[in-house]
Write a protein that binds this ligand. Sequence first.
Ligand SMILES: [Zn+2]
Length: 424
Amino acid sequence: MHPFTVIFLTAFILHSLVQTWLAMRQMKHVRDHRNAVPAEFSAVITPAEHAKAADYTVAKQRLGILELVVDGAILLWLTLGGGIAWIGNLAASIGIPPLWTGVTHVLGVFAVLSLLALPLSAYRTFVMEQRFGFNRTTVGVFVADLFKGWLLGALLGGVMVAAVLWVMQSTGPYWWLVAWSVWIVFSLLVTWAWPRLIAPLFNKFSPLENPALRERIDALLERCGFHASGVFVMDGSRRSAHGNAYFTGLGREKRIVFFDTLLSSLTPVQVESVLAHELAHFKLKHVPKRLIGGAALSLVGFGLLGWLSRQDWFYTALGAASHTDASALLLFVFAVPAFAWVLSPLLAAWSRRHEFEADAFAARHSDGTELAHALVSMYKDNASTLTPDPLYSAFHDSHPPPAARVERLLPARSPDARAAVAAA
Ligand SMILES: [Zn+2]
């Protein structure tokens, strides 16, 4: 066995063990706290709601472990099992020009992957989410989403892969630097176009109409000196009862989006405070910081790919017989996560810091107490656990644990007073 095969397998096994261990910890911690609502939430979250959130969290973790096993088996088949090479041979047997053979090879692998992911995805929507009363996706919507997603993936992915493979063939030893630039331009373009051209393929977006709310929001935007192309309501209720709010786009195309499911459960001042939190991500430059962080990471990635693609052992150790550019790209994409997962706690911690900063900004420019109420209402409606395992949360969660967020928003009060406030 090649030494790199051993290194890859070791990293892969370590990754699987750590993920499983964290998921088990999360299930145990949530189960252990299932029957007692934390004091600071006990006035607003009933024991039944708390137990439902625990059961939902455990069900999601169970499915997560099953996915880990399935994905792991697929990864081993694609790499050491020769799956990538096999699909490459199929693509080569069509007899089209090399560049298009490469594109077919890469898209073919992703097509196989999405077919294999289908059963668990359907199970998640129609069995698990259904069981907890969240699913509103019909079979028709599910199938339409699938085809739209495939078409979009083939189109955007096809253009990107064709561009990178062309650059690999045609631009000399520093091709990875050129490919990285192409990647950056492409991702900026997609981010810019997403709200206007792509998201509407899946959802309906309408400008926020409610006049009283509108007035409140315009005043907030004015106070914060913020220019956006609008605040929109998305028909999230078409697919699920989960509610959320997010920001999207770049430059003049940036938008703030509320799920209709969220709007229906918050008061106007709570909507304003949630909006202030989202605005903070723009005003505090979290968006460009994340873009620059992502660009730096992808530069390292492309540099690594540039070097690995010239090493014979990279192909042979990972089960690819032919040293094509498409195999280099695919092996890289599938082998890197076995190593790069060590970065995920750092990225999660970075994201949680941004969330705390955005909460503080919202408290300054809107109403921190109302934001706390809005958060509790979202935790309740989404059956989010209030008692995550600290280690699991530190490793995975992009948002701080509920108790920590609420405590910072309602700092000067004792837990009992906080509960009373939350109940008000
Ligand atoms: Zn946020």
